[in-house]
Write a protein that binds this ligand. Structure first.
Ligand SMILES: NC(=O)c1ccc[n+]([C@@H]2O[C@H](COP(=O)([O-])OP(=O)(O)OC[C@H]3O[C@@H](n4cnc5c(N)ncnc54)[C@H](O)[C@@H]3O)[C@@H](O)[C@H]2O)c1
Ligand SMILES: [Zn+2]
Length: 401
């Protein structure tokens, strides 16, 4: 006889009470030049007024951006005054510490949450965050959890955040020594990529976004990879006309992956946009974040590319093309931390645990042809790390491939 508990739980409900539901989101991505020019209505147009009242906006500015753009607060205030029928500042713009330090403890998160409370921001108001990927992540996490989610407009100011992270639907901070341990999936209200801000980036941060563009090209489009390769000398020289289409294409591929890929909240096994990231996140932790995310991604991509070739998946001629591209952009493809293979390989389990389910690592079958595997041959991965260290010490190693 069938156990009745299979049909009706002790709480008295049957499976007939199960019901799927979906929430529709609108992902808005805009490209512009000088968003705070009073003749540029783009930002004000994106905000929905609250009945007859203008939208209330609380602004957070990355400290690095505030230093580089000393007049920014005034420009934001003048802009809000020019569009007073559509928006009103809930308070003066707040500057928060820029860089990974903003993610490494609770202080920035707490300051942002407190400011949201103190200025009575509600779920129909807006938080506008202007900054690099780290500040977008921290402010985004606070905005996503205050009142269980207030509207967030992101204005990314680095190559990496414009090409990659700003367009995504994730936020978070590092905790207990683990990268992005706390965070949520929370689509922003809008993302505005304003190329003007990129002019004040350090050379190091300028390069960081290029590694994510190479990453997305490798897993999504050989044509885009070739476009990057063709632009290497100009990209290296910070030529904006070469950078503009690369940022745009990278952002659009990320955008389409989220909107059309059928898995915006990463519930499935394969996460191609995390190519090279299992080791990248571990390398950031191992170097106490001396390696920046974009730098770690370049090394992580290089490592999985070499491993793909050593596993017989990828031609060595493709390895050469990819390593030439990364190094041509000024990105290192090796680091001494690769020598600590025991700790490095712990990154595989951290990655699995962070993403859930069984281990799924994206490798390459060719440029633009990702393939997921569920096992990594550890001795071969160690060999790949050793190969990269030797190659970096003597670049000729891959030039003879
Ligand atoms: N949420 C996601 O989906 C996602 C995806 C990829 C990366 N990330 C995260 O993004 C972070 C890296 O972001 P990043 O590469 O933008 O670095 P970053 O945010 O650390 O910024 C780099 C430095 O540049 C400064 N800065 C920012 N904009 C500037 C400007 N216009 N002019 C002068 N200085 C400026 C910052 O103050 C900081 O010191 C990492 O924490 C990474 O984990 C998140
Ligand atoms: Zn990344």
């Amino acid at each position: 006889m069938m156990d009745p508990s299979h049909q009706i739980g002790w709480w008295g409900q049957s499976e007939a009470d199960d019901a799927a539901f979906a929430v529709a989101y609108l992902h808005r991505l805009r490209f512009t030049r000088d968003a705070f020019d009073v003749t540029n209505p783009l930002l004000s147009d994106i905000l929905i007024t609250d009945g007859d009242s203008p939208a209330r906006v609380l602004v957070f500015v990355d400290g690095g951006v505030a230093n580089a753009w000393p007049d920014l607060d005034n420009r934001i205030s003048r802009y809000a005054s020019a569009y007073a029928d559509r928006m009103i500042l809930a308070g003066p713009p707040c500057t928060v510490a820029g860089g990974e330090v903003s993610k490494n403890d609770w202080s920035v998160f707490e300051a942002v949450a407190r400011a949201i409370k103190d200025t009575s921001i509600c779920r129909y108001s807006y938080v506008l965050v202007i900054g690099g990927g780290a500040v977008l992540d921290t402010v985004g996490f606070a905005a996503a959890t205050a009142h269980r989610g207030v509207r967030l407009v992101r204005l990314p100011t680095t190559t990496l955040s414009q090409a990659d992270s700003g367009v995504g639907v994730k936020n978070g901070i590092n905790a207990f020594g683990k990268k992005n341990f706390l965070g949520t999936f929370a689509p922003p209200w809008a993302v505005i990529n304003d190329e003007v801000f990129l002019s004040t980036l350090s050379d190091r941060d300028w390069r960081c976004g290029l590694s994510e563009a190479v990453k997305v090209a490798l897993v999504k489009s050989e044509r885009f990879f070739e476009q990057i390769v063709a632009g290497v000398p100009r990209l290296r020289k910070r030529d904006h006309s070469a950078l503009r289409p690369v940022i745009r294409r990278s952002a659009e591929i990320h955008f389409r992956h989220i909107v059309d890929g059928g898995d915006p909240f990463e519930l499935r096994e394969g996460k191609p946009l995390d190519f090279g990231h299992w080791s990248a996140h571990k390398l950031e932790e191992m170097t106490n974040f001396c390696l920046k995310h974009g730098e770690a991604v370049a090394i992580g991509v290089a490592l999985d590319v070499v491993y793909s070739a050593m596993s017989g998946l990828l031609e060595w001629s493709d390895v050469k093309r990819i390593l030439d591209c990364l190094t041509g952009l000024g990105l290192a493809v090796s680091h001494q931390a690769l020598a600590d293979s025991d700790v490095l390989l712990e990154g595989l389990e951290s990655f699995r645990e962070h993403l859930g389910g069984r281990l799924t690592i994206t490798l390459l079958n060719g440029v633009g042809r990702p393939v997921d595997v569920h096992e990594i041959d550890r001795p071969v991965m160690i060999q790949a790390a050793d190969w990269l260290r030797a190659a970096a010490a003597r670049r000729a190693v891959w030039h003879t491939l």
